[in-house]
Structure formats: C-alpha cells, structure tokens
Design a protein around this ligand. Structure first.
Ligand code: FMN
Length: 525
C-alpha cells in the first residue's frame, strides 16, 4: 500500500486562519491544495509548496485552476467566438447603445443593440455603424422584438438584419412564432451551419418549446412559396431547433413574469433535454440565464444551476455607455432591492400588460397606474368625472385632454395614420392613445434627462439594481467614471469565479469564512 501523499509548504508558510483561506479562494487561477495536520482536524489550504512523500501536512487533494471563462458551457464560447459566457442584453430605445455593443464585442463578450421602439432608419444607421466598427467580428447582435399589432415592422426589421448580415439576433416577446422570426432563423442556412444565430428570450416553458422545436412546416412552406427562403433551407431547418440559445428570463427589469430564476431555469433546462432527445439533435442547444443578476453570488448561482451563459440588463443602465441621462442614472444608483414596482406597459396598455420599473425617486409607476385604472373605469375621455380629469390634466399630462389629443393625433398621423383614424371613430381608443402618450414620453424624458419631468421618469428596472448597488458601494464601480459595461461584466465574472471556488472548498469540508463569498469589485483589465 502506498502512503498518502504529504505536502510541504513553500516560501509562504500555510496558515489555517480565516484570512489565509480567503486569500487562497481569491487566487482561484492557481492550483490549491487541501491539507490537514492530521486525521480528525479540519482541512486548510495551501498554494505552491511541494507534494511528495514527506512534509508536515497530509494532502487530501488538489483543485486545478478555475477561470471565469469556464463558468458556463464551453460550446457557447466556441460557437459565438467569445472569451466569456456573458451577454449584455438588449435595452429598448437604444439604451443598449452601439458603443456598449462595440465595447462588449472588443472585450470578447456579447452585446445586443436595443432596437425595440426605434424607427427603422435609426436602427439601420446603428446596424451600419456596428458593421463598420466591428468588421471581421461576429460576436455582436441586435434585438428583434415581436410586434403583434404591426407585423410589417417585424418583416422590415428582419429584411434589414439579413441584408446587413447581422451575426446574432436576440428575439423576444414572442408568444407565437411569426413568419418573420422563422425567416430570420432559417434564411441562409447551410449544411455546415446557420447564417446567423438566434437567441430566444423566454420566460415560460410553453414558449421555450416553440424555439426548441424545428420551425413549423406550414410556416416554412409559406416562406418557400413567397421566395423568402429556399427549399434546401427549409429542409435543413426541419432538422434543427429554431434557436440554439434559449435565454430564460426570470424577474427582470421591463417585461417580466417575475418568476425566480431558481424555478424557471431548471424547468426549461429539463424541457430542453426532453426535446433534444425527442428530435435527436446532434449539436448543443444551450440554456442561459437572465433576470435578477446584479452581483457575483447571483451570477455564480446561475452558473451553478447549469446556465450556459448569463445575461444582464438593469445594471448596465448604470454604465457609461448606456443611452440614459445622467439624471436617470443617478436615480438608479440610489436604488435598493425593493425600490421597483410593476406599471402599465406603453405598448400593451389596453391589455393590462405590465413592466417592472424604478419606484424610488419617480412617481411614474403610481401615475401610470392611475391612468390605467381610469381607462378601465370609463368609456371615453368625456366620461371621466371632473375631479379625476382635473387631477390627471394638472399632475400627469400637464395639459388639457383636448391639447393632449391634438399632439397625440399628430404623432400618430406621422407614425401610423390608421391609429389616428381609429381613435377619431372610437372614443375609448382615443382615451388609450392619450394615456399611452404619457407612458411613451416618460421613457423619452428619462433618456434625454428632461429636467422638468424628473418625477415622471419611466426607467425599466429589476431588483438586480439593489444587489449591484450594495455590492458596488464604496468600490471603483460606485464611481461613474469607471463604471463601463465591460468593467461591470468582468467584475461579475471574476467575483462569480471566487464564489464558485469558495463553494467548492466549503463542500470539501474546508471552513471557508463568509468573507470569501463576498468578493469586492476592483478595476480589471
Ligand atoms: N429585452 C428585450 O428582449 N428587448 C428589449 O427591448 C428590452 N429592453 C430593456 C430595457 C431596459 C431598460 C431593461 C432594464 C431591460 C430590457 N430588456 C429587453 C431585458 C434585458 O435585455 C435583459 O434580458 C434583462 O434586463 C435581464 O434582467 P435584469 O433586468 O434583472 O438584469
């Protein structure tokens, strides 16, 4: 029988102190030895030294280095040409800017441009600039959001994305598949692979199932008939899932089902396993995690639950690159875990759909809620009792219903005259459009920093903001000059690696102190 190996400390005497253990945890890029003085004693840690037949410590085992690059699914990095399994998610109205997508791509991560809510020529300019600045790279993308009320918007955006050869498209808000989204996935498909990668953002298994399945044959047939894809592309598409990256969105800023990540992620991972088996897919189909990620412990937990990659949103609004005013960023920087609320969504106001927004420092959530209650209770602007009308006109709209309707009408005559015409005929629709104008403008005011409307800023925000602000307090990330989207990402990944190491070592019986689970942000390169 060979004797158990022994460990001889190097120049630095190991210690079993809490501080010594924390330091070994932080040095996760080096192999770490689990050692003990003798049987029955708690293990301690050592780095370096000499393993052999002699030495004062029994060697229980050695953990090899751990890298943030490896926290997710290694196929994610390979497929998308990135170094880290990390995505800065799309944020509507260009809040996820061209600059942030470029910064993420240059740092060898992935970012999606926030195309939703922008007019097509604006998206076209942004995509053109991205193509020029990121020439030769394919680790960047653009959001394609479902617009059930105006399918032609989706069609035109897909046309643009294909023409500009955008390498990744994150598709979101789909409940059902449209020809546009299927075309986006399938056009250009070759036996050796896809022309572009689709990331499908979902929060429910029934929607995930649609993207985890091959494209529906009837939609493929219709696209072939229209000449939008070839028969060969349709045949290939019948053998692969529509998307091979499924982003599971838990309780997030903006549109959200408010589900905890620990509940939805395993459910959709299990569904993925079942559908991969059923369809016999031969290449990996990954499930990533979004929603509520704002500090290293959250990110480490997502990876530990099997997330192939992580996506952040809310916290990137604090970054230098975010297309949000300094005044709005300052409000976000003060927010804690519970400073968020659900408020009516501008795009689906009449259906009672809500978005998660910042509550602290702005009255938007309660004012938008009052508008929705009023809409539910009345048939038209003329039906609204005087006392309520006066309050809405004075406090919320800052104008009479008549003036607001005139401005709203002009807006719709420009954008989509059929809406204005419908509202002329249907007083309830007119009321909806007037109230929706406040919801639309309130996002603009937050973006431009309109000083007279700070109390009306609509800022999409999830509870991750509180996790981030608590973690960043007093660190370089609390200083807005250092707070870039890449510094945030690198610190979250670095921290998540440290938390992962701390947990590994704790699970082998090492008395890892709580400090090891709370790595501090610093400037990283
Ligand atoms: N997701 C989309 O798919 N399309 C969007 O247009 C979009 N806009 C967003 C705007 C803001 C201000 C925020 C905070 C999020 C938005 N999201 C959008 C969701 C993010 O891409 C990301 O999935 C989400 O924010 C992650 O959760 P978190 O907010 O908890 O970090």
């Amino acid at each position: 029988m060979t004797a158990a190996p022994r460990w001889l400390p190097g120049e630095r005497q190991t210690d079993f102190s809490p501080e010594g253990i924390v330091e070994c945890v932080r040095r996760f890029r080096e192999p770490v030895h689990l050692v003990r003085a003798e049987a029955g004693y708690e293990p301690g840690l050592g780095i370096g030294g000499h393993v052999g037949a002699d030495g004062p410590f029994e060697l229980l085992g050695t953990l090899p280095p751990l890298y943030p690059e490896w926290l997710g699914d290694r196929s994610f990095n390979r497929t998308h040409g990135v170094r880290f399994p990390y995505v800065a998610g799309e944020m509507a109205n260009g809040i996820a800017t061209v600059d942030s997508v470029v910064a993420m791509a240059e740092a060898r991560m992935l970012g999606f441009f926030g195309a939703a809510g922008l007019a097509l020529p604006v998206v076209e300019r942004a995509v053109g600039e991205l193509g020029r600045r990121l020439k030769g790279r394919d680790n960047w993308g653009v959001n394609l959001i479902h617009t059930p009320a105006a399918p032609e918007i989706e069609d035109r955006l897909v046309e643009l994305l294909l023409k500009a050869a955008v390498p990744k498209v994150s598709v979101s808000a789909y409940m059902d598949l449209t020809p546009a989204v299927v075309r986006c996935a399938v056009a250009g498909m070759r036996p050796e692979g896809r022309a572009r990668h689709l990331f499908a953002k979902v929060s429910r298994p029934e929607v995930a199932a649609k993207f985890l399945s091959p494209a529906p044959p009837e939609i493929l047939r219709a696209l072939v008939q229209r000449g939008q894809i070839t028969q060969a592309e349709a045949d290939l598409a019948a053998r692969v899932p529509l998307a091979d990256d499924i982003t599971v969105e838990a309780d997030s800023g903006g549109h959200t089902d408010n589900r905890p990540l620990a509940v939805v992620l395993p459910a959709i991972r299990a569904l993925r396993d079942e559908l991969v088996r059923r369809h016999g897919y031969t290449s990996p189909v990954r499930v990533g995690a979004a929603g509520g990620l704002g500090d290293p412990a959250g990110v480490a937990a997502a990876f530990a639950a099997g997330a192939a990659y992580v996506v952040t949103g809310t916290i990137n609004q604090l970054s230098r690159e975010a297309g949000l005013s300094d005044a709005a960023k300052a409000l976000l920087a003060e927010a804690d875990l519970a400073d968020v609320a659900m408020a009516p969504a501008a795009d689906m106001f009449e259906y009672g759909i809500k978005v998660q927004v910042l509550k602290r420092g702005t009255l938007f959530a309660s004012r938008a809620g009052q508008l929705y209650e009023t809409y539910l209770a009345h048939q038209s602007l003329d039906d609204i009792p005087d006392a309520i009308r006066e309050r809405i006109e004075k406090d919320i709209l800052r104008g009479t219903f008549d003036d607001c309707w005139e401005q709203t009408r002009q807006f719709w005559l420009d954008r989509d005259p059929s809406e204005a015409e419908r509202a002329e005929r249907d007083p309830r629709h007119r009321m909806a459009l007037v109230f929706r104008s406040y919801l639309g403008l309130s996002s603009r005011w937050a973006i431009t920093g309109e000083p007279t409307r700070q109390s009306d800023y609509q800022i999409w925000c999830g509870p991750a903001i509180g996790a981030f602000n608590r973690w960043a307090a007093g660190s370089p990330l609390a200083d807005k000059t250092h707070r870039t989207v890449v510094q945030i990402a690198l610190n979250l990944l670095e921290g998540a690696a440290a938390v992962t190491r701390a947990h590994q070592l704790r699970s082998y019986g090492v008395p890892v102190p709580d400090d090891a689970f709370a790595p501090r942000p610093r400037l990283l390169s």
